[in-house]
Design a protein. Structure first.
Length: 271
């Protein structure tokens, strides 16, 4: 678990889980600073389980900063700090006693640019698993196949598992990075513009994958692609200048937003 203290156990399975705990994350008065500069301004909202939540807004508006705060990646930036609460299964993950290694297993992240290790496809998946204590070859083989299947990559690479991951196409490398994250059995999957550097066919595969993965995971994705956000997300949060301007069902955000700033951004008047 992510900290040496008790917390509620998440129920297992479908609608029962959703009804029992409809929100996987609860954000309360969250502000994030880089030194004296405030990048996120006291935002509060809830993120639903087994849904795709899209974070949209112009560059530099705070959405990636917020995304990285969910698994404490901002801690790696000198001078970065956060105030407020990010409640994950009734635990404030901003607390000082949170085990960050365990947290990042449960809340995994995939970055904008594919970053496979300069190892074989197989070893890309098993590297973190071995570090976490999984040593038995049979268990490793099973987890490699399982995670590659979930990332819709198994059929493409099953006969070349010991080839270099760098021999894969850009889209395949990104799905390998997703598989590598899924192998750690996370609950939440954070995606920072995962398809922005990919060709249209690879982009479509990533989008199809997101729709399938939300059955098992809660997904939060940063995207500048409005069409992508409207196609794959259930909820959308619009950020502007560090503020959370509007958060609602994606259909509502894209068809009848309540804020003029949201409408202007969606319609391409700025950003």
């Amino acid at each position: 678990m992510v900290a040496e203290l008790e917390r509620n156990t998440v129920l297992d399975g479908g609608a029962e889980m959703v009804n029992a705990q409809p929100h996987i994350l609860k954000i309360r008065d969250l502000s994030i600073y880089y030194g004296e500069k405030r990048a996120v301004n006291s935002i509060s909202f809830d993120i639903h389980q087994h849904a795709v939540t899209a974070l949209i807004g112009p560059s530099g508006c705070g959405k990636s900063t917020f995304l990285r705060s969910i698994n404490r990646m901002n801690d790696l930036i000198p001078g970065a700090r956060a105030e407020g609460e990010i409640m994950y299964e009734d635990l404030n993950i901003l607390r000082g006693d949170v085990n960050l290694v365990e947290l990042r297993k449960e809340i995994g992240m995939v970055f904008q640019k594919p970053n496979p290790f300069p190892k074989s496809i197989y070893n890309n998946i098993t590297h973190a698993l071995k570090f976490a204590g999984t040593k038995r070859k049979g268990d490793l083989d099973q987890l490699v196949e399982e995670s590659l299947r979930k990332a819709a990559l198994w059929d493409e690479v099953k006969d070349r598992l010991h080839d270099s991951a760098l021999s894969l196409s850009g889209g395949q490398q990104q799905r390998l990075c997703i598989a590598r994250t899924l192998a750690m059995k996370p609950t939440v999957l954070l995606l920072d513009e995962p398809a922005s550097a990919l060709d249209p066919i690879s982009n479509a595969k990533i989008e199809e994958l997101m729709l399938d993965l939300k059955k098992e995971y809660s997904i939060i994705i940063v995207t500048h692609n409005m069409q992508q956000a409207s196609r794959i997300s259930d909820k959308t949060a619009f950020f502007l200048n560090g503020d959370l301007v509007e958060y609602d069902a994606t259909e509502t955000i894209f068809t009848r937003p309540s804020q003029k700033q949201t409408e202007d951004y969606i319609s391409g008047r700025f950003g």
